[in-house]
Design a protein around this ligand. Sequence first.
Ligand code: SF4
Length: 364
Amino acid sequence: MTSKRRKSTLKPALDTDTAFSQRLMHWFDRARRDLPWRRTRDPWAIWVSEVMLQQTRVEAVRAAFERFVARYPTPESFANASDDALMLAWKGLGYYRRARLLRDGARVVVRDHRGAVPQDADKLAELPGVGAYTRAAVASIAFDLRIAAVDGNVERVLARHLALRDDVDAAVGKRAIRAAADERLDHDRPGDHNQAMMELGATVCTPQSPRCDQCPLAADCRGLAQGIVMTLPRKKPPRAPTLVKARVAVVRQAGGVLALRIPDGEPNAGQWELPGPGALVSVEENEFSARTRSRCRAGIEVGPVLAEVRHAITHHKITVVAHAGALRSRNAGSLRAQEPTDPDVPWTTISRKVFAAMHESESD
Ligand code: SF4
């Protein structure tokens, strides 16, 4: 049977694989950053750190991680966390959906694995929120399982080292990266190898200013030799942004301003935001009341503009217009008064930007 798979443009595997991992490990042993999650082999702590590190800078994770594992040292302790406690524990990291999935995962660990993170890679993969990357990271770092982890950093290092001209998001490119990652994995130290690849991508083979003169892989880096480093990895151009003009109301009440806890199923579910039809919904001023009523179960009229802020969520570029508002229905429906400056209220980033802009214009 002939395969219909398109072949990668790569030449056969490099013959430097042993040297690759030796050079990488030698570099990592000297250059590794001392990070709190690197001082433990506890699979729960490693799982927490890997989830936190998705889309969040190491410096932001450092403090949050230590606070989190001190408060929730086991899956069982976090499985029982309330929504408010979860938001508080995740403060400063954003992307709260990750925290809710982590709690779902902790609950499955308690229910199906007697509270112990499973050592079996297939069982790890069945946990909510654990994708291929997190599975490989936890399995290799905590349990020494020989599974190569591929995140954006690793993908970039390998695409450049191989001079891979295929689109890394297409099937053929993904297969080439996966094969290269598996081939190069250090079987004696798989956890360290995975961390070293990520570290190299984060600190040396960076997207905009790779420091090839300090790279342990430079001697046989094909991308460097061919002068095409900055064109790699190849990807389809990002989709055009969707422009949104959203509106929110600032309705002052005793105890703060009226706020809505974002319903399940919407981005940032569980956080608090200023009332409106939603951050991804464009709305004209004269439609505001009608479009807000069903979501907030309260009637709100809007008046003068207090502030305008910008924000991006995935491919949405959002301009948020904040109006002074007044409650027109008999009760506040789903809305509750929350204090804008209370650090324990998990306000959305947009809401915090609105408060900051209002504060600035008030003090002008
Ligand atoms: S030599 Fe440069 S492009 Fe090649 S892997 Fe190292 S940092 Fe990246």
